[in-house]
Design a protein around this ligand. Structure first.
Ligand SMILES: [Mn+2]
Length: 404
C-alpha cells in the first residue's frame, strides 16, 4: 500500500499526462558464472516494493504496468522463485503485468501524443535503449528525490533500526579490539552482527588502523592493529534497504595519548557544533561552515595550521550528506543556486574529521593521526534527533567502555 501511495504522490507532482518509467538493475557478474548478491535500484524499490532483478515499472494516473522476468521452471529450480506475470498484479497492486521481453512492443501502446515521459537513464538494465529513443523525455529524479529526501514514519523506523544495528556492531569493535589483531578481524564483527539480523553492509566498511585512517576510502582492511595507534571505523548497515553510516575513532589499546586527545577533542567539538546547526529553517551548509571554523581554530591553536599548511591539508571532505535508501542519498543541496533549508523528516550525516599525514613541518607526535566522528541525524519539528546517539563518543566514555 505504501508503494501505491508513493506512486500517486509522485504523479501529483508531475504533468497531468505524465508516464513514469522506472527500471531496476540487472544482476551483475562477479566472475565466471557467479554474480554479486543482488540489490534492487533504490528508486524502483521505493516505488514498487519489488526486489527481483530485470524489471520495469510503467505508471500514469490511468494505469500501472509492471514488466518482469517470466516464470521458468528450470531457472527457478537453480536460482530461486520468480513472481511472474500471472501473480504480479495482485502482489504488486498493478493493473497489468507482462514478461520483460515484451517491453519494447508494449511501450508503444502505453505512449500517445499527449504523453509526457519521465525517465532517468541510470540503470544497468539493457532495455533503456528502447526508452531513450522516445522523444521529449523529462528527468524524473528531481521530483522523486524531493520525495525520498523527506522520510515517512515507516522509513524513520527502518532508519532507526539500521542505526541501532550499526551502533551494536561499533560497540563490539570497541570492546573486542586488542593490539596485534588484524583490521579484518574487527571487520568480521560487523559482518556477523549485520548478517545475524538479516541485514548487510550499506557500503564497504573502512577499518583503518594508524596511518591507514589518513586514506579516506581505505577498504583493504588487512593490516595489523598496533599498540599506541588509533583505529578509525566507518561502517554502516543496510536493513530493508535503509542505510546507517557511522564513524568512530578510538585507541587500539583503550587509552588515548595526549596528542590523540588534543586532535580528537577538536573533531568532537566540530561535530557537536555542526549537529546543532541541523534544525528546520537552517541552511544546509551551515553545519560544514561551523565544523570548518572550529577545526581551523583548533589546529591554529596547536600550531598545525599556518600560512604553508591550510585547513584543506587536514580536512578535505564535506561535513555531511543525505542518508536514506542510498548511503549518499538523492536530494538537492541547493535550490535555484541557493543552499536550501532543512525540513523535518530529512536525515543527514555529520562527519567532520582531521587527517595528519607525516610532515616534517609538524611535530611528529601528531603524525598519522586520522580521526573522524560521524552520526546520523534526523531533522525534527523542534530541532533534531541523533539516531546514533547511543554510541559513545566522549573520550572518557570510550575509555570506560573499552576498559570493561
Ligand atoms: Mn558518511
Amino acid at each position: 500500500m505504501i508503494h501505491q501511495k508513493r506512486r500517486k504522490e509522485l504523479l501529483s507532482r508531475l504533468d497531468d499526462n505524465a508516464l513514469v518509467i522506472v527500471c531496476t538493475n540487472a544482476e551483475l557478474q562477479r566472475n565466471a558464472d557467479c554474480t554479486f548478491p543482488f540489490r534492487p535500484d533504490s528508486s524502483f524499490w521505493y516505488l514498487t516494493g519489488f526486489t527481483e532483478p530485470d524489471a520495469i515499472a510503467v505508471f500514469s494516473k490511468k494505469n500501472y504496468s509492471i514488466f518482469l522476468r517470466p516464470k521458468d521452471k528450470t531457472k527457478e529450480i537453480w536460482n530461486g522463485k520468480r513472481l511472474g506475470a500471472e501473480a504480479a498484479p495482485s502482489t504488486l497492486l498493478a493493473d497489468n503485468a507482462y514478461s520483460i521481453e515484451l517491453f519494447a512492443d508494449q511501450l508503444d501502446t502505453l505512449i500517445d501524443d499527449e504523453t509526457v515521459l519521465y525517465y532517468d537513464n541510470n540503470s544497468t538494465n539493457s532495455l533503456h535503449e528502447d526508452i531513450a529513443s522516445a522523444d521529449g523525455i523529462k528527468p524524473l529524479l528531481p521530483h522523486l528525490s524531493e520525495m525520498r529526501l523527506v522520510k515517512d514514519a515507516k522509513e524513520m523506523e527502518n532508519m532507526q533500526f539500521s542505526a541501532d544495528l550499526a551502533v551494536n556492531a561499533h560497540v563490539q569493535a570497541m570492546t573486542n579490539v586488542k593490539p596485534g589483531m588484524f583490521e579484518y578481524e574487527i571487520a568480521a564483527l560487523f559482518d556477523a552482527e549485520f548478517k545475524r539480523n538479516n541485514s548487510t553492509h550499506a557500503y564497504t566498511p573502512i577499518v583503518a588502523g594508524g596511518a591507514n585512517a589518513c586514506v579516506l576510502h581505505y577498504i583493504e582492511n588487512n593490516e595489523v592493529l598496533k599498540d599506541g595507534d588509533l583505529l578509525l571505523i566507518d561502517a554502516g548497515c543496510e536493513t530493508e534497504g535503509y542505510a546507517s553510516d557511522i564513524t568512530r575513532t578510538f585507541p587500539v589499546n583503550g587509552r588515548f595519548s595526549e596528542a590523540q586527545k588534543q586532535i580528537y577533542s577538536i573533531v568532537l567539538d566540530a561535530q557537536k557544533g555542526a549537529i546543532n546547526c541541523l534544525k528546520p529553517g537552517e541552511k544546509v551548509n551551515k553545519a560544514h561552515d561551523t565544523a570548518c571554523s572550529i577545526i581551523s581554530n583548533g589546529l591554529i591553536g596547536l600550531g598545525i595550521i599556518n600560512d604553508d599548511l591550510p585547513l584543506n591539508e587536514f580536512y578535505m571532505h564535506n561535513t555531511g550528506h543525505w542518508l536514506g535508501l542510498d548511503v549518499h542519498d538523492c536530494g538537492q543541496y541547493k535550490l535555484n543556486d541557493e543552499h536550501r533549508h532543512f525540513e523535518a523528516g530529512m536525515i543527514m550525516t555529520v562527519e567532520p574529521g582531521i587527517y595528519i599525514r607525516k610532515n616534517d613541518k609538524i611535530d611528529p607526535m601528531y603524525w598519522n593521526i586520522g580521526i573522524r566522528i560521524e552520526d546520523d541525524v534526523l531533522i525534527t519539528e523542534s530541532g533534531n534527533k541523533v539516531l546514533t546517539q547511543s554510541l559513545v563518543k566522549e573520550i572518557d566514555d570510550i575509555e570506560n567502555l573499552m576498559r570493561k
